[in-house]
Design a protein around this ligand. Sequence first.
Ligand SMILES: *Cc1c(COP(=O)(O)O)cnc(C)c1O
Length: 376
Amino acid sequence: MANDPARRAGAILEIDLAGIAANWRLLAQQVQSAQCAAVVKADAYGLGAAQVATALAGAGCRLFFVATLEEGLALRRVLREPLEIAVLNGLLPGCAEEFARQRLIPVLNDPGQITNWRRIAAPQRGVPAMLQLDTGMARLGLTMREFERLADELSQRGAIGWRGLISHLACADEPAHSLNEIQHTRFASARRRLPDMPASLAASSGIFLGRDFHFDLVRPGAALYGVNPQPGIANPMHQIVHLKARILQIREVDRGQTVGYGATHLMNSPGRLATVAVGYADGWLRSLSHRGLGRLGGKRVPLLGRVSMDLAVFDVSDVAPAFAQPGDFIDLLDECYGVDAAAADAGTIGYEILTAFGNRYHRVYRGTPGPISGQC
Ligand SMILES: *Cc1c(COP(=O)(O)O)cnc(C)c1O
């Protein structure tokens, strides 16, 4: 068994594919007649786009969004037509043929991209593309002014088969923010000019702003992976990741001992420390220094001192020695301390905790869903 990678692993990342599928079904139910796509950009937020997309296709998802052409090409090797793959970052010069050949749907973000795609589409007619409109985020998409100028032309039947009119909300996780209504109003008015295009405004949090925000198609990413789409309210999503790091060494330390780089933690009493095989090179962020938590033997154990590249140190003084031996695991992410809790301690968002996961973890894909967040 010495060859068993799980036995050698310094840290194990368990990913619950059935939980992701259950989260997708929950969102699809929430939007009723609107289509529910899935955003699997950035390798499905660090969790493995091939595995995640396959599981979601099995659950009934038909449309997938990635960020880049490269991600789209990789996904096309896993998802065959008629499953659809759209590429959010748009059409870079010289890439149109590749899109067409692999049947990828570009999200066209400026007038030049529309012209380019028309040229590709012209001989065939009906070649699909989406159009992105910037309703208030100043990031990607046609400006409202560009849209006004082009709307009549876009409404005429042409070579492009419009698969969607999309826009993205800047503040969907803050329901009271005035920009939500402003973006909604702009989007709805654009949509009236092009009523034949399936319209899509909501990502994860936007789904929870209510039916007005659902239109024809929603594009959740983060909520599929357990991030709370409504910060401050109980999380309705399943936690998807379980991360555990192996104890490499246990040591007894005296009062006055300092811990880790910079000697930034001082032991005020004697204690027992566990050094585990996870560090910032694995995406266990350095900003979790002095703040992160693990769980061992049913107890919360605090992270002491700075997170190193490959190691972190936990105070296991309160844990019975029988539960804290080299080779044992400290849980870093579980149902009770999920990606949002770790993000709060790290001063970031759950999205960054997920996408930071490194490639040294031994990954295990599971098929049975865990409990809903909060039911610890
Ligand atoms: C990333 C992204 C999404 C998914 O957002 P979540 O908040 O993760 O649900 C949807 N649409 C666009 C344009 C995006 O960039």
